[in-house]
Design a protein around this ligand. Sequence first.
Ligand SMILES: [Mg+2]
Length: 206
Amino acid sequence: MGKRSFRSRRQIKGVLFDFDGTLTFPGALDFPAIKREMNCPADMAVLEFIATQPASKKGALWKILELRETQAAEQSRPNAGAEKCLSELKRRGIRLGILTRNSLQSVEQALRKFEGSRANDFSVIMTRDDCLPKPHPDGVIRASVLMGIAIEQLMVVGDFRFDIMAGKAAGAYSVLLTNRSEPASGPDDPEPDCVIDHLEELLDLI
Ligand SMILES: [Mg+2]
């Protein structure tokens, strides 16, 4: 698994975070359970599954997903080191953003659990309603424009292979957060530029 922590040789001016399992503690969203409820194949991602379904079924599937996301947001809490990481990056003048396959409502709801951070600390919060979802690089590219940061000076941080696929395809410095567990991987996945176990390690990279 990838390279371990070392300081980026690029000058990083902004960090684009994945939300669930990255800024929030992992496990609140139980995708295997959501997939079973939707009859979604285990090896398919839920947004892509919904997109393949007939129009007559889509409404009910969106309802399941939105309900489970709302419940997860209620139960979510900041990930280990997230609050310290965000406040220190803010203090250093690093611009912050969120890119998620989740909904804006869930993100705003979960962010209320953060003591030191608010939605307006982020230059951009991009959800599935704003761009093509990860692993497509569309959201990373759009976020870099909205944050006013060249893609080479943007760091993408996430806990899932889609985060790294999106970040690398866009040309951003891409960091995989393991949360001290073995992350899922596919045979053709790009290598992250860096692998960290805990969010506070980011502060040594920038
Ligand atoms: Mg995630």
